[in-house]
Design a protein around this ligand. Structure first.
Ligand code: SAM
Length: 281
């Protein structure tokens, strides 16, 4: 994600709603946490502060980690008044985890980040290294959304092709996988985790207007910033049309007069809760 923090802040209702659901579901676990927790891919850290932090005991310190310098700077500035939060730049897929992060955390959480990783196994291997023995992880990320198939189709359009040569990198690892839940569970076990929970969930979200969907699409789109302005503007429209064609859209009479087109998004997320075994115990 190399788009601006502002774009993401204006269009992250879906991610916030899904994080709220999982935080609610695992609230007992969160309430029992001790020590230090890292929120990987924390973004602007609004979920970290407003949703996660109040569920954790007051003595748990939360470090927000994100690959984006812009996100980390924004989070540092916005939450400088909160002693329980601090922020670091971190690429969860990095070849070698910095020494000071190894076994440094009792808990790892990550919401709506890991589908950005090309090498999901490497990301989980790094999470294993970051956790102390006995430490636990809770992750939520996209498994499938047909919007990513729209990327693949639009990448064939001659006008956009040269800006999207690496399009495959931005399609989630589990998008075209037969049994994402089984594959994810096996991956976690092979990395060394004890899997406490692993599920694939179908979710729906209604974008209340095409404008709102467009904001969401732009906020998480890696290609637009690479294009000259005029091509980027046309790309936004073409991509939106392509995405909407794969979804259910319906007119809605707003205040009995103006008709708004709403769009129903149906997609799948993976949720996993796991533990790094404490072999000494
Ligand atoms: C969709 S946002 C989610 C932000 C926040 N967790 C939330 O729920 O609102 C995904 C975040 O993951 C970050 N990200 C993407 N790839 C990453 C990586 N390899 N390591 C760490 N963070 C990454 C992005 O910079 C972005 O801030």
């Amino acid at each position: 994600m190399n788009n601006t923090v502002k774009e993401y802040m204006e269009a992250h209702d879906l991610q916030t709603r899904d994080a709220t659901d999982v935080i609610e579901e695992f609230s007992d676990e969160l309430a029992k946490m001790t020590g230090k927790c890292i929120d990987i891919g924390c973004g602007p850290a609004s979920v970290t502060r407003k949703l996660l932090m109040p569920r954790m005991p007051p003595n748990v310190h939360i470090v927000g980690g994100d690959i984006s310098k812009k996100m980390v700077e924004f989070a540092k500035q916005t939450h400088s008044d909160e002693e329980r939060l601090s922020f670091i730049e971190l690429d969860v897929e990095v070849e070698k985890i910095p020494k000071d992060l190894i076994c440094a955390f009792d808990n790892v959480v990550s919401f709506y980040c890991l589908h950005w990783c090309q090498d999901t196994r490497k990301a989980f291997e790094n999470i294993y290294q970051i956790l102390r023995p006995g430490g636990r992880g809770l992750v939520l990320f996209l498994a499938y959304n047909d919007g990513f198939d729209s990327y693949l189709r639009i990448a064939e359009v001659p006008q956009y092709k040269s800006y999207m040569t690496d399009v495959e990198k931005y399609v989630p690892y589990f998008q075209h996988c037969d049994n994402p839940r089984a594959k994810m569970k096996k991956m976690l076990e092979e990395v060394g985790f004890k899997v406490l929970h692993c599920s694939l969930r179908e979710k729906t979200f209604v974008y209340k207007s095409l404008e709102i969907l467009k904001k969401h699409v732009v906020a998480v789109n890696p290609f637009i910033n690479r294009m000259p302005e005029d091509i980027g503007e046309k790309f936004e429209k073409d991509l939106l049309r392509e995405i909407v064609s794969g979804k259910i859209s319906f007119a809605n009479k707003n205040n009995g007069s103006k008709e708004e087109e709403k769009v129903l998004d149906r997609y799948y997320v993976l949720i996993a809760h796991f533990e790094k075994p404490d072999i000494g115990k």
